[in-house]
Design a protein. Structure first.
Length: 196
């Protein structure tokens, strides 16, 4: 069985187990970017606690951008790696404001997937997974982000080998109309069944 066929078969089986999912926006692109940065090296619960504390103490992105890194880090403490995340988030917000005169990534909506990806990768601390989450979950653009669960399952199924970039390998193989659903199904499967 060819790799693409195998991916489609796995997608069919997961849909049979977990049901069909339709795309829905997970929020504003800047909010999704910040939440995804906060999700790095932690779980959803800790990410959400850090995000809630950040927004409670700094209700606007302008307030976050102008706050001292130490105060941001204190707010982000529940998410782990809080000092680095505070510096990255502050830097990204300052860069967005300097370039666009405000705190919005809505301009990405008018760009193609590759152009929007290049823009997001231009921010320090944003890699393909983080950028891909913004593209797929906020902007509805066809990109298949690969997190730790998907990478683990992909290796076990032989989809990804040692030094291959999983994003470069899997994105052309996963049909656009399945990228959202397969991403969510693989994460669920990785959390519930195919653990580390």
């Amino acid at each position: 069985m060819e790799l693409r066929e195998h991916i489609l078969e796995v997608a069919r089986r997961l849909e049979g187990n977990y049901g069909r999912l339709e795309w829905s926006s997970h929020g504003d692109p800047l909010d999704v970017l910040i939440k995804t940065i906060l999700s790095q090296n932690t779980n959803d619960r800790n990410r959400d606690r850090a995000y809630s504390r950040l927004r409670a103490q700094f209700p606007t992105w302008e307030a976050v951008a102008s706050a001292p890194v130490e105060r941001l880090a204190e707010a982000l403490k529940p998410g782990g790696l809080h000092r680095g995340k505070a510096r990255r988030i502050k830097g990204i917000l300052q860069e967005i404001a300097a370039q666009w005169g405000g705190y919005s990534l809505s301009y990405l909506e008018s760009l193609g997937t590759e152009e929007a990806m290049a823009e997001l990768l231009g921010f320090k601390g944003v890699g393909k997974k983080t950028a891909g989450v913004v593209l797929l979950f906020s902007l509805g653009k066809p990109y298949f982000p690969v997190d730790t669960h998907i990478k683990r399952i992909g290796r076990r199924l032989g989809w990804i080998e040692g030094g291959e970039d999983p994003h470069d390998k899997l994105n052309p193989l996963v049909p656009d109309e399945l990228k959202y659903q397969l991403h969510l199904h693989l994460i669920r499967h990785g959390r519930e069944v195919c653990r580390a």
